[in-house]
Design a protein around this ligand. Structure first.
Ligand SMILES: Cc1ncc(COP(=O)(O)O)c(C=O)c1O
Length: 384
């Protein structure tokens, strides 16, 4: 039987591959981006309460009203933007579903979407699945700064969508005010839509500030901004996120959303609504993660890695050429997992055409004991 494939070149994600390899070899898993510490017991309590209170049937298609209101309040307090919970907020099954839904609702076969590499691994398949073409612009270490003129030169009459991720996984780059201006200017001039993946909005360090597209009037009009409660509340397994977009965009978004998932986990939505309503739970995140970053960074330097600045997200990039100059990053990641007992992600996995870099990504959303145990193993490496 011939099985047609719209994603013929797509295999298992590098995250699943490295996690599996880590499990097989008993390696400490600093590869995939998920915490190994529990989420707030109060949130778990709220989940149990919501289920016991009978919130166990389909939620409204756009999301539980109390959660959408809590999201609108949160957006106002985090970025100053006013959003209408009814017509501009849609609760999704994590940011991943929101990303796919945006691609599905605005891209047609033959269209183009611009991705800035390194880019999160779900963007290109989401574009390809629509019969559209990802146009990938590689950015390089150490700054991973966007050359907006190069982005402008890659726009064609078929370009519909610009995908940005701020703060960026894996580069950790955080957009400046100038970046947002350049993005807005280009999107307006070429009449492009923007998919802004802001799942790491609350993880920005060293006094830097996250600038949301929602707080920029021109971008606000033409952006789908996507978020993840999994990232913000240490509960990646819940898979609840949301998309904020102006009414005409939200209306298109929901046409796909209603047939892709229709509605998202009801008790989790009630729990999140209640949890969010009390006070800004995300205020402490930068300090919490910055201390983990510093703990990991100090140990990695002592083990012989050369570190790039980690400005946001919960990742740290490290150049390993002082340890194994002879290996490319995929081979190094495999070697480190199987022989060094610590799993990482090769940064080339986030590129269509990776530059000559020797970088791996470590996740520091881990208990201090986990980070310390991993660092002890890394210090024992030959060359470390
Ligand atoms: C940049 C980025 N976007 C989206 C996601 C997925 O978010 P969710 O788990 O809510 O689907 C991730 C998860 O690692 C991510 O790093």
């Amino acid at each position: 039987m011939r099985v047609p494939s719209k994603l013929a070149d797509v295999g298992t994600t590098i995250f699943a591959t490295m996690t599996q390899l880590a499990n097989e070899h008993g390696a400490i898993n600093l590869s995939q981006g998920f915490p190994d510490y529990p989420c707030d017991p109060e949130l778990l309590h709220d989940l149990g309460e919501a289920a016991r209170a009978g919130h166990n049937q389909y939620a409204p298609m756009g999301g539980v009203p109390a959660l959408r209101q809590a999201i609108a309040d949160k957006v106002r307090s985090a970025s100053g933007a006013t959003v209408d919970p009814e017509g501009e907020v849609t609760v999704t099954a994590g940011a991943t579903q929101a990303i796919f839904t945006v691609a599905a609702c605005v891209l047609s076969p033959g269209d183009e979407a611009i991705l800035l590499d390194p880019s999160y691994d779900s963007y290109a398949p989401a574009v390809l699945a629509q019969g559209a073409r990802p146009v990938r612009i590689p950015l390089s270490a150490p700054s991973f700064a966007v050359d907006w003129d190069a982005v402008a030169r890659s726009v064609t009459s078929r370009t519909r969508l610009l995908v940005v991720n701020n703060p960026n996984n894996p580069s950790t780059a955080v957009f400046s005010a100038d970046d947002l201006e350049a993005l807005a200017e280009l999107a307006e001039r070429q009449d492009l839509l923007v998919l802004a993946d802001e799942v790491y909005e609350h993880m920005v360090f060293d006094g830097l500030r996250h600038r949301s597209v929602l707080a920029h009037p021109a971008l606000r009009r033409r952006s789908f901004a996507v978020y993840s409660f999994g990232k913000t509340f240490h509960a990646t397994g819940w898979k609840v996120g949301y998309c904020v977009a102006p009414p005409p965009l939200t209306s298109e978004f929901r046409k796909v959303h209603q047939f892709l998932v229709y509605a998202v986990n009801t008790p989790a939505q009630h729990a999140l609504a209640r949890y969010l309503a009390s006070f800004p739970r995300w205020d402490g995140l930068p300090a919490f993660f910055q201390s983990k970053r510093d703990r990991l960074a100090e140990g990695l330097s002592r083990a012989g890695f050369r570190l790039l600045p980690s400005r946001g997200t919960y990742f740290q990039l490290a150049d390993y050429s002082g340890i194994r100059e002879d290996l490319d990053d995929v081979a190094f990641s495999r070697w480190l997992t199987t022989s060094g007992g610590v799993a990482t992600i090769p940064v080339s996995a986030f590129y269509a055409a990776p530059p000559a870099q020797r970088l791996v990504r470590f996740c520091f959303a881990k208990r201090d004991e986990t980070l310390d145990a991993a660092l002890a193993r890394l210090r024992a490496l030959p060359g470390g």
